[in-house]
Design a protein around this ligand. Structure first.
Ligand SMILES: C[S@@+](CC[C@H](N)C(=O)[O-])C[C@H]1O[C@@H](n2cnc3c(N)ncnc32)[C@H](O)[C@@H]1O
Length: 337
């Protein structure tokens, strides 16, 4: 079987990702590395990409097309030269592009060995502008085993703008927790803009990474958590910390909010039930984000159950297992009209 695409997921959720591929009529050709598969889809790559652009899968994090397969035995220079010949005339000349290379397994190469010469030569040959941060079109290169897999697609086709869905953020001075990346990634992938000077409720806020991100985005934050917040937030007048559980605050005539976020370390179903109860505290124009913590065994039924509970009050506007998620899925919610 000849692969038409390469799909990537967190290897802990491989079974769920494989089920999503199967449902989309994708047949696994081979596992290239844990959580990375070459796949033959029944239609072409773009049919599946369009289907998933409209309704993205939860666990498959990234896809890219396979249009050319080259032997690595002929050397990386040959990969670069052949790629230039094959893809120069396929690039849309006015749209910024990037080359995204992944090297799987223990091959003695670095992504840079392909990215740099190939992107330079493509710029020279086609005049297409290079933009590695916000590309419109991406030439994906995956080196695995004895082969290089290459394919050109639009960034919107790939489920993520980043190679393999690996979205890294720079560590910032003043950062409170790694959890901040999780919220930043959710805001980016679900294309969420927060209301100017909105009122936000952060459930399970300590030590305060999400609260810090919300403050940077001009939100006035009520942070609910029995645990203490980081000292910098204790001094911040835009933060009100209630040292309560979310259950206790609910009994305490809570206010109404534009934004509710919930990163509580709680069973997915319990957290979803609480979120449903908090539905009455969200303005009709509001939005909510919740991380559903999943058990190692039976994670798929815990997720389905959690999502079904949330559907009582909310529309599920997005649900993805993000790069910065551990054993959890991030869900974007809007109040039901
Ligand atoms: C993963 S941490 C949250 C990290 C936070 N988002 C950040 O960026 O720093 C989970 C938090 O949930 C809190 N938590 C667990 N159960 C809770 C409950 N019932 N009510 C409020 N907070 C709860 C814990 O105290 C813990 O601080």
């Amino acid at each position: 079987m000849t692969p038409t695409l390469i799909a990537t997921a967190d290897s802990h959720f491989a079974l769920a990702a494989l089920a999503e591929l199967k449902k989309a009529n994708g047949q696994i050709v081979t596992e290239l590395a844990p959580g990375i598969w070459s796949v033959q889809s029944s239609g072409d790559f773009f049919a599946l990409a369009e289907l998933w652009r409209q309704k993205p899968p939860v666990f498959v994090r990234h896809i890219c097309p396979v249009q050319t397969i080259l032997p690595l035995a002929d050397g990386l220079d040959n990969v670069v030269e052949t790629a230039v010949t094959t893809f120069t005339h396929l690039l849309e000349p006015d749209w910024p592009f990037s080359v995204q290379t992944r090297v799987l397994g223990d091959l003695p190469h670095k992504p840079f060995d392909i990215n740099k010469p190939l992107s330079q030569k493509l710029v020279e040959a086609s005049g297409t502008p290079l933009d590695v941060r916000k590309p419109f079109q991406i030439l994906s290169v995956v080196l695995a085993g004895e082969q290089a897999y290459l394919g050109l697609s639009l960034a919107v086709n790939n489920l993520s703008d980043w190679a393999g869905g690996v979205r890294r953020f720079a560590r910032e001075k003043g950062q409170i927790s790694r959890a901040e990346f999780k919220l930043l990634e959710a805001l980016e992938i679900f294309k969420i803009g927060l209301p100017p000077r909105g009122r936000a409720l952060d459930l399970g806020a300590a030590p305060g990474g999400w609260t810090r991100v919300l403050r940077q985005k001009e939100q006035y934050v009520t942070a609910v958590d029995p645990a203490w917040l980081h000292p910098t937030l204790q001094k911040d007048k835009g933060v009100r910390h209630l040292r309560l559980t979310a259950e206790e605050y609910l009994q305490d005539y809570p206010d109404t909010y534009d934004v509710i976020v919930n990163d509580m370390r709680l069973d997915a179903r319990d957290s979803a039930r609480l979120m449903v109860a908090y539905g009455r505290c969200l303005y009709p124009h509001g939005l909510a984000i919740i991380t559903l913590k999943l058990p190692e065994k039976g994670y798929d039924s815990a997720l389905d159950h959690g999502l079904n509970i949330l559907r009582e009050t909310y529309t599920i506007a997005g649900a993805r297992q993000l790069f910065h998620n551990r054993s959890e899925v991030t869900v974007y919610l809007q109040p039901k009209p």
